[in-house]
Design a protein around this ligand. Structure first.
Ligand SMILES: [Zn+2]
Length: 58
């Protein structure tokens, strides 16, 4: 089952969306995306937890 995530799920004003087979792949994509597009957002452990909680099964 694929998993998906959008920035909006954690309250970021951004329509970026990603999907992958595993949570870890999603997190890797989120880190890349955040570094490129949201350099002002720090991926704190709390935010990473929020991202994990926001990942949905498709
Ligand atoms: Zn974004």
């Amino acid at each position: 089952m694929a998993k998906s995530y959008t920035c909006r799920d954690v309250g970021v004003e951004c329509d970026w969306k990603t999907s992958a087979e595993t949570e870890d792949e999603i997190l890797a994509e989120v880190q890349k995306h955040a570094a490129e597009v949201h350099p002002t957002i720090e991926l704190t452990p709390e935010l990473v937890d929020a991202v994990r909680a926001a990942i949905k099964d498709e």
